[in-house]
Structures are given as C-alpha cells and as structure tokens.
Design a protein around this ligand. Structure first.
Ligand code: NAI
Ligand code: MG
Length: 500
C-alpha cells in the first residue's frame, strides 16, 4: 500500500479509509463490528499489491442488515415521506458524492484497475442517476384514476419494502447508482452486497449516508463472498425484490433462489455485443472507435462490442487500421495519466481472458493480432493482458462466450441479411451497434438485431430516461435507467368502490 501511496500520491482521505482493519459492514447507520474475524483482501489491480482488508460477512450480518432495512421501512417514516421531502435527503447524498468525487474516483480506480478519468465519469454517473430518479419521483403521480362503468376505481403504487442488490466488479459505483436510486426514490429500503473484488466505494458511501442524515437502516452495505453473503441475501425469505448484475451462471442461481420465495427479480447479465460495419463508413475512423470501445475498461464491459462484423469491401482496410490503433495503445496503471488501457480486475480474470486466447485458436479461430500477458511500466506485477483480435466462424467459443477482456472477434459479411444474421448468432441479447452512413439501412439493421439495445454509429450510449436491459441470456425483469425502472420499485394496488 505504501508503495502505491508514494507513487501516485493518494489523498489522505483514501489512505485513512483503506487503513480500516478491517473495513466493516455498514448496517443500520453504523460501521458495525462483524460477527467473525474473516476478512477479504482487496488488491490494487495495477500492481497486485493488497491495499485494504474488508470484513468477509455471511448469513448473520445479512440477517442483521435485512432486519435493519425492515425496521427502517416500518418505523423511520422513509416510505411515507412526501417525495419532495425524501428528495432533499437524496439530493444531499448526491451533493456529498460530488464533494468527495476525487476520493471515490481514486479508490475506484485502484480497486478496479480503471483509468482515473473513467473512474471520475463513473462517480459522476452515479450522481446523475440518483438525481434523475429523485426528480422523477417528485414529478410523477402514484395515483391514477381508472375510468370504468358503475364504479369509482383508482390505482395506487406503494414501495415494496426491503430491496436487495448484488453488484459485480466492473462498474461498482456506477451500477450501485443505477440499482439503488430508483428503489430509494420510490421509498424502499435497501441491502447491498458489493463484489468481493471491489467493495471499497460502496462501503465509503456509508460515511456520506450518515452525513446526509438519511435514517438508519435505509441503506445497508454488507461485503462478503458471493456463495456466502450473496447467497444468504438471495435466499432471504423477507426481501421483497432482488436485483442482480453479473454472470449468467450466478444469475440463474439467484433467479432460482428468489423463485423459491416468489421474490420478483431483475437480472442484468452479460453480453456478446456486435458492431456491424458497412463499407460506406470512414473505415479508419470506425476502426479507431472500435479499438477504443474494446479497450475501454480493458473490455470488461457487459455491453461492449466484442464481435466486429465487417463488410467484405472494407475488411482488409479495417483490419490494418485496427492493428495500427492497437499498436498505439499504451498499457499501464490506471492512475498513471499516460495510460490508454489498464489491467483487468484480478489475476483470476487475467487467467480467464488468456484461456480464451488458447481455446479460440485451438477450435479454429486464429489470432490476427496481439494476445498474451503484458507488463506495465513501473509495475512489478499487475493483471495486464495485451489486446487481441481473432477471426473465425460464428460458433467458435471465443465468438460465443463473454470473455470480459480486450479481445475482439472479427467476422466478414457480404449482404445486409448476412450481417444481421451474424449479429444475431448468439445466445446473448444485450447491445449491438450498426455503422453506416445510410440512414435508412441504419434504422433497418438496428431494429432487426435481437437485443435490448441498438446504437447507430456509436457504442455504449447511455442516456438517463432511455431503458437499458437485455433479453435471452443477457437478463430479465425490465432493465434499468428508464422511467419504467422507477415504477418497478412500486407495487401496484387497485381500489374499487361500487357506485350503486
Ligand atoms: P459473478 O457473477 O460471479 O459475480 C457477480 C456478483 O455475484 C458478485 O457480487 C459475487 O459476489 C456475486 N455472487 C457470486 N456467486 C454468488 C452466489 N452463489 N450467490 C449470490 N451471489 C453470488 O461474476 P465473476 O465470477 O466475478 O465474473 C465471471 C464472469 O462473469 C466475467 O468474466 C464476465 O464474463 C461475467 N460478468 C459479467 C458482468 C456484467 O456486467 N454483465 C459483471 C461481472 C462479471
Ligand atoms: Mg464468480
């Protein structure tokens, strides 16, 4: 830790928070003593050096957190506050996140291996989400009249109670914002289980929750391993809703556990996004953009474009432009301002990425560029991988599985139908993009892709108010970021009075 602090001049607030031994769960408005001495080591992805110890919680702490959230729902007045009064607390929390933006961004960059400016953007995005749903809650009615004959009827919407959230390690604070903001704005209370690899910023939020004066128990954060803390939360019979973001394998487990208790569930799972590139584009510019996209957060982005489907006439120029752009990419520590691409989150994830670079070529998709382990200047260790491009048939393992690394799988097409067919040749259905200057073709192809989101001449476009979510192996339950998501956290009730 000291080595990192000296090299990157960490803020004292960051050092002080990381020195907590261990950093404790935030339950009922306090950082409380964990029930056991078990801890998780939190590692700087860029150097593989341990930077903090966090309590490894289990079923007991989850039970306490659910109980605290239940009590807050029943006794604190949070769910029945007028939305504009609840909004004062939530905007205050967003103000405090903004005030501590640099502390949070430093911690997030270290924890995930993110570039510093990307970590800043994530923290800012969390604030925007909190403000978007808070404002929506102030300006939407929860009561609507139903016009029927012979009866007075209306519908009401109420918060559910305790909502549970399990988050992954790729965008810890951004996804926390996407998840809990609509639930809180609607008047629910929440229990959060952050990823074991990246729990720091979610736990730091506890300080800001205290300072914002949010009633005890409204927001609880319990760190721990997936199969222990995560599984205890998913199985808990008294949670009223569950939201999970992560791998399809764990998503199925969560859905089964929650299904056993008939708890409604949202799953935001992985993807294998396609970018369909037509010959009429500026080929070099599009290649540069796609290289940026696959190297953004070192490819650990569920909606990234990891399959590049390129029209025959521009295929060779596209490949040589990609090679040029990859050659310029500087691999380094996330906190080093010269870095263009950081490490992957952990050595385990590095092994996973490298294993696909063995298996893809073994099964008939040769490596066109890069691949293998990388080193960063000034770092002895760290989970660095080189970017890679493979090419082969659509059924290859590297074209079918989510790799979550800077690995692009390139395929060639001739007709528009073929391009669409290749884009849809996946079990996933999260997000794709089409690249062309023909506006009519762009809309046609965008609408023909079987996924929750299609982008035109861009990728990873997120606008608060535009729903984002997957179909098939990419998820279920309505997605996030849209106004509908706010209503997902309100249970409907209809009320009828016969008029005669
Ligand atoms: P994961 O799905 O195991 O982890 C996500 C979250 O689920 C973490 O908080 C973890 O603690 C929790 N979890 C794990 N097992 C659990 C269980 N039995 N019960 C309850 N909660 C549990 O993801 P992992 O293993 O870290 O990454 C593996 C692959 O998953 C990645 O390489 C990537 O392909 C995919 N992934 C996709 C993400 C996305 O945003 N769509 C995010 C993270 C991973
Ligand atoms: Mg896992």
């Amino acid at each position: 830790m000291a080595q990192i602090a000296v090299r990157f001049r960490l803020m004292t607030e960051v050092e002080d928070f990381l020195a907590g031994d261990p950093i404790r769960p935030f339950i009922n408005g306090k950082y409380m003593e964990p029930r056991s001495e078990a801890t998780l080591e939190v590692v700087d992805a860029g150097s593989s050096i341990p930077i903090a110890h966090v309590a490894a919680c289990g079923g007991e702490e989850i039970e306490e957190a659910v109980r605290a959230a239940e009590r807050a729902f029943e006794e604190s007045g949070w769910p029945t506050l007028p939305p504009n009064e609840r909004a004062v607390y939530l905007h205050r929390l967003a103000d405090l996140v903004e005030r501590d933006m640099k502390v949070l961004a430093d911690m997030e960059a270290l924890d995930c291996g993110k570039l510093h400016q990307a970590a800043f953007a994530d923290i800012g995005n969390c604030c925007q989400t909190l403000r978007y749903y808070t404002d929506l809650s102030v300006h939407t009615s929860r009561r609507s009249t139903i016009a029927v004959s012979g009866h007075e009827a209306w519908a009401m919407r109420h918060p559910y109670g305790v909502c549970a959230f399990i988050f992954p390690w790729n965008f810890p604070f951004l996804l926390l914002g996407w998840g809990i903001s609509p639930a809180l704005a609607a008047g629910n209370t929440v229990v959060v289980k952050p990823a074991e690899d990246t729990p720091l910023t979610s736990l730091y939020l506890g300080k800001l929750i205290q300072e914002a004066g949010i009633p005890d128990g409204v927001i609880n954060v319990v760190p721990g391993l997936g199969p222990k803390a995560g599984a205890a939360l998913a199985r808990h019979p008294r949670i009223k809703r569950m939201s999970f973001t992560g791998s399809p394998e764990v998503g199925k487990f969560i859905a089964t556990a929650c299904g056993g208790n008939l708890v409604p569930t949202k799953l935001e799972l992985g993807g294998k996004g396609a970018a369909v590139v037509f010959e009429d584009v500026d080929v070099k510019d599009t290649a540069n953009k796609l290289v940026q996209i696959i190297s953004f957060h070192t490819g650990q982005v569920c909606c990234t474009a990891s399959r590049w489907i390129v029209q025959k006439a521009c295929y060779e120029e596209f490949l040589s432009s990609c090679t040029e752009a990859f050659d310029k990419l500087k691999i380094g520590h996330g906190l080093d301002s010269r870095t263009g691409m950081g490490p992957v989150v952990s050595l385990k994830q590095k092994e996973r990425v490298l294993s696909f670079l063995d298996r893809g070529p073994e099964e008939g998709a040769p490596l066109l560029y890069g691949g293998g382990s990388a080193k960063a200047e000034g770092c002895e260790s760290g989970s660095y991988v080189k970017p890679a491009m493979l090419s082969g048939p659509p059924e290859n393992i590297a074209a079918q599985k989510e790799i979550f690394g800077p690995v692009a799988y390139v395929m060639l097409f001739e007709t528009e139908e073929e391009g669409i067919r290749l884009a849809n040749s996946t079990e996933y259905g999260l997000a794709n993009s089409v690249w062309t200057n023909d506006a009519a073709r762009a809309s046609r192809v965008a609408e023909a892709m079987v996924a929750g989101n299609s982008w035109i001449n861009a990728h990873n476009v997120f606008v608060h108010g535009v729903p984002y979510g997957g179909v098939n192996l990419s998820g279920l339950g309505g997605g996030v970021l849209g106004p509908e998501t706010y209503f997902d956290y309100l249970r409907p009730q209809s009320i009828v009075r016969p008029l005669q």
